[in-house]
Design a protein around this ligand. Structure first.
Ligand code: NAD
Length: 347
């Protein structure tokens, strides 16, 4: 099988923890080169994963003709210059979320990639969860009836730390909402197939002493008539939240815990109810919980890399295209604007 030859720009964080190990398991990928600005990191990662080349300067990686595609996993404020440089070097690009600091920057880099006929994918790895894919299919088949309500939650404990770029707006673009909430916003739309139209939000830095939001609550009106709620915090201990995702329709619901995660898995209850008409007793015991049977859990990063590789090598549509990630970012910008102005913002 033909393998796509990858270079990794920014290899010390999520790339080292998850994406490169996932890439090594991908059947159509070969890790060729790694690059990082931090002292000794590129060489350490090169040796750890047996890559051919290590660089401290991304221009050198991009000048290497063996590299056909790059995975960019650097702090958000450098995405724009690195995506543009990679496009100018003729490489296909998978960039981590968010694509750039702003929607405007995202559209700018997307236009450059399009002009050069290069693919630009975004790192929404949670689209590659077995459960999320099954939910999407289950809902598209009409099993929940009309989807009317969605809730999503994704939080962690992220105290003030020296050098933490997510805590500075100019470096990360935002806090909890931009970094974690973004996955939930994408999943709400990806799983239901509906798009957010109007947004109301509260975003604040409530507990910690840094610039970006450490908590956000967002309410959204979707184009299918459903409402969605998101809460995302940097100020809740990791073990004190369950990463809940709940989708309610006129025929039943899917209640999930722990599927919003870097690991494929979690618990799902499916509660489908017979149409019994109006029940004045509000009897709630009729729905027996089921779950999705036979899901084949796997490495979501491997799937993400294989999927991007298929798009480059075989021309299949991108499963996580940058334009969809930029649209998700427009919801975030609307939420920040709503919180600041105290009004509902239309997209
Ligand atoms: N999909 C996911 O599961 C996931 C998880 C975490 C982070 N992310 C995203 O990945 C990106 C990186 O996040 P992270 O948590 O790995 O950050 P990090 O700070 O832990 O690691 C970033 C790495 O990039 C290096 N770096 C910094 N500036 C650089 C530059 N100009 N050129 C090259 N390398 C540079 C740093 O030395 C570091 O090794 C962000 O966009 C983030 O939102 C995605």
């Amino acid at each position: 099988m033909k393998k796509l030859k990858w270079g990794v720009i920014g290899c010390g964080g999520i790339a080292d923890r998850r994406t490169i190990p996932g890439m090594l398991l991908a059947e159509n990928a070969e890790l060729v080169a790694v690059m990082d600005t931090a002292d000794g990191v590129a060489e350490k990662v090169r040796a750890k994963y047996n890559a051919k080349y290590a660089y401290n300067d991304y221009h050198e990686l991009l000048a290497n003709p063996e590299v056909e595609a790059v995975y960019i996993a650097t702090p958000v404020f450098v995405h724009k210059e690195q995506v543009i440089a990679a496009a100018n070097a003729g490489k296909h690009i998978l960039v981590e979320k968010p694509v750039c600091l702003t929607v405007e920057e995202g559209n700018e880099v997307l236009a450059i990639c399009r002009e050069k006929n290069l693919l630009l994918g975004a790192g929404f790895l949670m689209r590659f969860s077995s459960t999320h894919r099954k939910m999407r299919e289950f809902i598209a088949e009409g099993n929940l009836g009309q989807v009317v309500s969605v809730r999503a939650q994704f939080s962690c404990w992220y105290p003030k730390m020296e050098g933490a770029w997510r805590q500075v707006k100019a470096l990360g673009g935002g806090g909890a909402l931009m970094d974690m909430g973004i996955h939930c916003l994408d999943l709400i739309q990806y799983i239901t197939g509906a798009k957010v139209q109007r947004v109301g939000a509260f975003c604040a830095t409530n507990v910690f002493d840094y610039e970006t939001d450490d908590q956000a609550a967002v309410i959204m009106a979707l184009d299918n008539g459903a409402f969605a709620l998101l809460d995302t915090n940097f100020n809740i201990p990791d073990d004190s939240q369950k990463a809940r995702l709940e989708i309610y329709g006129t025929k039943g619901s899917i209640l999930a815990e722990g599927t919003i995660s870097q690991v494929d898995g979690g618990n799902v209850e499916i509660l489908l109810a017979e149409d019994k008409g109006y029940d004045a007793q509000q009897e709630r015991s009729s729905a027996d919980a089921a779950t999705f049977e036979g899901l084949e859990y796997g490495n979501m990063y491997t799937r993400e890399i294989e999927s991007f590789g298929r798009s480059v090598l075989e021309g299949t549509p991108l499963e996580s295209p940058a334009e969809e990630a930029i649209q998700v970012q427009s919801i975030i910008e609307a939420a920040y604007a709503s919180s600041e102005k105290g009004t509902i913002v239309a997209l």
